[in-house]
Unconditional design. Structure first.
Length: 103
């Protein structure tokens, strides 16, 4: 095994180990019969920082297809955004849900 220095910290790595970039995960909004279209657009703008046009396009995809991909993020960010969606939906008594899937 070899020792490499990273930011003045010693890290022990096996000769066959490599550091990899984290994989991407997509956040997918799911359609339901109760959440309003305006609320979905607001969530897309507030949590995902989408433009009004892009938020409307994604909302229509969710409405027409049953699901819509919002964006690709690292695992932690994708799960945080999903948690935020569920929290704000619950605050406003909507059943809006989303899932995190490997890209």
């Amino acid at each position: 095994m070899s020792v490499r220095e990273l930011n003045e910290t010693n890290i022990l790595l096996g000769d066959d180990q490599e550091l990899k970039e984290p994989g991407d995960y997509v956040v997918v909004l799911l359609n339901d019969d109760y959440t309003t279209k305006d609320f979905v657009v607001d969530v897309l703008r507030m949590i995902f920082h989408k433009s009004p046009e892009e938020a409307n396009r994604i909302m229509l995809s969710v409405h027409n297809s049953g699901r819509g991909v919002v964006g690709a993020y690292t695992w932690d960010i994708a799960n945080t955004k999903a948690w935020q969606v569920h929290s704000v939906a619950k605050e406003h008594d909507y059943p809006l849900r989303c899932v995190v899937e490997e890209a």
